[in-house]
Design a protein around this ligand. Sequence first.
Ligand code: ATP
Length: 522
Amino acid sequence: MNLVQNIYFALGVYVDCSKLATEKNKKQLQQIADYIYEAIVHSPSIVIFDDLDSLISFSPDNLKSQSSNSSAIVKYLIDMLDEYRDKSHGMCGYGPVAFLASAKSLKCLPQELTSSGRFDLHVQVPGLSAPARIEILRQTIVKLHLLCTAEIISNIASKCDGYDAYDLGILVDNTVLAASDRLLGSSTVNLVEEDFLKAMRNFSPVAMRDISKFSPEISNGWEDVGGLSEVVNVIKETIELPLKYPKFSAGAPVRLRSNILLYGPTGCGKTHVVKSVAAAYSLRFIPIKGPELMNMYIGSTEQYVRDTFAKAAAALPCLLFFDEFESLVPQRGKHGTQVTDRVVNQFLTELDGVEALTGVFVFAATNKPREIDAALLRPGRFDRLVFCDFPQWNERLDILRVLSKELPLASDADLELVASMTEGFSGADLKAILTDAGLEAAKEAVRCQPGDGSGDIPQELPLITSGTLMSVASEARPSTSEEDRRSLREMFSQFSTSRKSSISTERREANGQGQRVAVAES
Ligand code: ATP
């Protein structure tokens, strides 16, 4: 890490933790002790633990599995930091010793090491700007005696959001490999844009390894969404302005809303629509399931929330998606524990911070909206509430058309009739009908094979005839019973009415105090 190495040249003792990690445990501890001794002798000095996370195999996903090897190092570091904290103004004739560490993320280090009195001042190093990426690419290309126009370098750098210097170096290496066939026999290595794009196709920068970018193979964006036209319109309105006009959005006199809560019955396309948004706008996508987060990160959930928002801010443009949101931020007082209180508060802080950014969109989904803590639904937080209901006839037809696009459906298969037969079905139920019809057609094809096994193995999915589709549809039942649909309708309608009245009360109160409010309607 350049920043860290520069400090070393000015002041002190550099510990390359990635290298140290390859040594045996006993040797690691001995070497750390030697470095510290050296720092004391040369004090005033600074000890720099570069890539400390590579020495400590710590994962918040697996709090118990920290190896005894790395827990010995953590213990050693803690003892050392505690000991020198009190002597930081000098000791036994020596000057003070300071300690600095770098890591991929705060989350990669155990909390006891980053808490008060130890590595307790946390500085997030911002990602490379576009001009910096251009310069690094240019220097790397020159150093390797390659040729490339300034225009191509600039175009590629603009596509390398989230890449660090190390990633850019590897990208250039991979680009040379990608160009190798084209350049066979040529005496100069002239890189063209297509070589870079080829290299980028299977490459993700280190910081983005766990953040997917929705590629067209995974989702076709809006084309994959049937019905839900109102929902799609609200989302487009929210996303397009800040994405197309970032400068306008940053300087807008009113805060532009970028947080949406989708609510509605199960299987009605909430998650599906969010994935399509990510694909439609090529957003980096960070999906998080509420219950998994709460179970996995007990004790550090709020830190995970903080880190996730920081990660999103470093990966612009980015869509953060919290599914089953009510489990993450339940009403305090009702289901509240100290943990949920802290998580809710952390969310409020992060959402208030997000308003300053353009390019981070926070979406959440729930089918129990009344269980969400009311503070999250106040203006400026999740103030855009979007209802995804059971589809009407025309929406069911649209969903059936979208979902059957890739299926070998007979041309006389009557999707309008299927839409009429499926009142009360969710999008997921409609998908199940088409899947079952496909399976039925496959079974039919197997049944038609000669019994002695001499038939050809079918290479493609067999045709789904109108008869097969009708027979499956007439036997299908919606996953939510009529009675349950009625009570759900009542529950969602009560929620929506309560939101409207609480919003208008807040608007009145705020106006009474002469404040400007950015209020959303549900
Ligand atoms: P839950 O509340 O249980 O999480 P959900 O509302 O998020 O449910 P999804 O997971 O989005 O439901 O939907 C399940 C599947 O149903 C999707 O993967 C998709 O294949 C299909 N589906 C649902 N709605 C639509 C739609 N409007 N257009 C196309 N496909 C849909």
